[in-house]
Design a protein around this ligand. Structure first.
Ligand code: NAD
Length: 481
């Protein structure tokens, strides 16, 4: 027998300590070989003044063990507290969030008895970079960032995951009909990588209709990979329509570290009453066992859990008269699972993790940055202004310098000069585009654009920010309107 694997465990707040105790008890009784190091996170740490919600030194434990089993925490009301999840994901490069959403019909009520979907959510980028600004009195901005290496990592992980678990299809959801560059890159990377996995079917859906289809006919999907925000929302939807968010576990995977948890929160009103369902955290812990190479134990424990659900031994949240047989508390549920270790479900599909042992999930070819030639061809200057568009344009037009000419103004992304209409609502934030004739090979310089900014400032206009406009091997690197 191999030696125990060191893991870091946090018991969390609310129902956290109860569901963690139940989870650890089942793992231990199933034979998991774990060397547990406990850290404190959550409310107590926040209230001690640690705005990150984690005790100093705890990150050291995570760096050492590289595996984190985390119970939910309570975020105190009021501002200033940082999200522990976001901080941990970023500190340890946990780029993939895996949320299996499976129905347990006929034992847990659902409208989708055949549902078996795994959401693979990109975990570090998109609108979750947290880069937000108030630009003017009236306008706030949040930056959406999607990178090529970030997209390659998550898309490849989705296909590797599908292979490792014998899944047939990977679907990509984006909104690239609107966000042609950011979501467009994610989709493009998906199209580039999918041919490397000819054994797995692939398809792309625009996220809005894809989400509708997922809510209506989830059995049409298998693995779905998507950028951060869509994945955050749709994984909760998928878990809920499968039966309950209380039954879903989640893994946050990086190249060297990983974090495992339930998808629900600390449910403070249920705390301390031996009521909570430990299944979400338990199923997160099952993903952890597979991750640390104890797939044999994961299989034993998971099948015992399935048998318990099948036998109708249910906590209050999934208990239904006529379906369930016995209403139990957290501890009794854990004991029921323990007593079934070695058994398999009869009607529900038993799990088999033997294949997962064979495949490393996070290996990939080294990232090769392209060598496209970047040329500086203009600048979008964002200006705080309450003038009408043609009044502002008349002020800006004479300020062009060294070949930089005012090409257009837009407001909230809508072109308003030249050729705007009276009906377009104007906010107090204008984007003013100055370009050189780059289609004739012209480029600009920082000296020229600095000269332009000085001229604009001298007229008394307030520059909020500017964004460089580039071509890459002659291809335009900005939206045209
Ligand atoms: P929640 O998920 O904690 O609970 C919502 C409701 O779902 C509960 O009232 C309860 O009825 C039910 N529920 C949730 N988990 C259950 C379980 N295991 N067994 C039985 N019933 C369960 O959501 P909330 O009430 O919005 O949030 C409570 C706290 O949790 C907040 O402070 C929030 O910030 C925090 N939170 C933490 C995490 C995390 O640590 N990962 C995630 C979400 C929310």
């Amino acid at each position: 027998m191999s030696s125990a694997t060191p893991i870091t465990v946090a018991h969390g707040d609310g129902i956290g300590p109860e569901i963690m105790a139940a989870t650890l008890q089942i793992l231990k009784e199933a034979g998991a070989r774990l060397d547990i190091q406990t850290i404190e996170i959550g409310e107590k740490q926040y209230l001690k003044g640690n705005l990150a919600g984690i005790e100093p030194g705890a990150f050291e434990s995570l760096r050492r063990t590289k595996v984190f089993l985390k119970a939910p925490i309570t975020t105190p009301q009021g501002g200033g507290y940082k999200s522990l999840n976001v901080a941990t994901r970023k500190a340890f490069g946990l780029y993939a969030n895996i949320r299996p959403c499976l129905s347990y019909d006929p034992y847990v009520r659902t409208k989708h008895p055949k549902m078996d979907v795994v959401i693979v959510r990109e975990n570090e980028e998109d609108l979750y970079t947290g880069i937000e600004h108030r630009q003017t009195i009236d306008v706030m901005q949040c930056l959406k960032l999607i990178s090529r290496p970030g997209s390659e990592k998550i898309v490849r992980y989705a296909f590797e995951f599908a292979r490792a678990y014998g899944r047939k299809k990977v679907t990509c959801f984006t909104k690239d009909n609107i966000m042609k560059m950011t979501d467009g890159l994610f989709h493009k990377v998906f199209d580039e990588i999918s041919p490397e996995y000819p054994d797995i079917e692939n398809e792309h859906w625009i996220v809005d209709i894809g989400a509708a289809k997922l809510a209506d006919t989830p059995e049409a999907f298998d693995v779905i990979v998507m950028p951060n925000l869509y994945g955050d929302i749709l994984s909760d939807v998928a878990a809920q329509i499968a039966g309950s968010v209380g039954l879903a576990g989640s893994a946050n995977i990086g190249d060297s570290c990983a974090m495992f948890e339930a998808i629900h929160g600390s449910a403070p009103r249920r705390a301390g009453q031996n009521l909570a369902n430990p299944s979400g955290l338990f199923l997160g812990a099952i993903q952890m066992l597979v991750h640390i190479g104890q797939a044999d134990i994961a299989e034993l424990a998971h099948n015992a859990w399935l048998k318990t659900i099948e036998d109708g031994v249910h906590t209050y949240d999934i208990f239904k008269e006529g379906i369930s047989k016995e209403k139990v508390g957290t501890k009794e549920f854990a004991a029921a699972v323990v007593s079934r270790v070695g058994q398999k479900p009869e009607l529900l599909k038993a799990v088999n993790y033997s294949k997962a042992l064979e495949r490393p999930l996070t290996t990939r070819p080294p990232y090769i940055r392209s060598s496209e030639k970047k040329a500086y061809v203009g600048v979008d200057v964002f200006i705080d202004c309450i003038d009408k568009a043609d009044v502002l344009a008349a002020k800006l037009k004479p300020l062009g310098i060294d070949g930089l000419e005012l090409e257009m103004l837009s407001n909230r992304g809508m072109k308003v000069w030249p050729g705007g209409t009276e009906d377009t609502f104007l906010s107090d934030s204008f984007r003013c585009r100055f370009l050189v004739p780059f289609d004739k090979g012209a480029v600009t310089t920082h000296k020229a654009t600095m000269g332009l900014f000085n001229r604009i400032i001298e007229t008394g206009l307030d520059i909020i920010k500017h964004e460089g406009l580039y071509t890459f091997d002659g291809k335009v690197g900005f939206s045209r309107e």
